[in-house]
Write a protein that binds this ligand. Sequence first.
Ligand code: PRT
Length: 107
Amino acid sequence: MTDDILCRVGAVIESRKGADPGTSYVAKLFDKGLDAILKKVGEEATETVMAAKDGDPKKVVYEVADLWFHSMVALAHFGLKPEDVLNELARREGLSGLTEFAQRGNK
Ligand SMILES: N=c1c2ncn([C@@H]3O[C@H](COP(=O)(O)OP(=O)(O)OP(=O)(O)O)[C@@H](O)[C@H]3O)c2ncn1[C@@H]1O[C@H](COP(=O)(O)O)[C@@H](O)[C@H]1O
């Protein structure tokens, strides 16, 4: 698996800005606004927790995919891309553990 899929989906999400809400789920979400986007992020986070508590790995994957997808819509609302989060994860890759995070002023 590469991170290409995140970037491709991110590009499709970006392309839905200003599109007809009747033709696209993402365009409909953008049209409803930030509160609606964040509501979906919250719902999918809750559904992820419930799937994990059920101990159902397949369901966990499905719900995390929903969570990542809606989080990408939230990123796009702020003009951000999946690449911005991937870059942040890559930056952290060089840090070792909480102590170093704290020393460098990360949360
Ligand atoms: N990855 C997704 C994706 N994951 C989930 N969903 C939608 O997110 C919603 C998930 O909501 P729920 O699971 O809560 O299901 P629901 O209760 O039916 O949802 P709602 O009643 O709240 O709509 C569903 O309507 C799914 O269709 C997605 N919709 C789109 N994508 C990607 O976005 C691209 C653009 O989609 P369109 O904008 O629809 O063309 C697609 O090609 C995909 O790559």
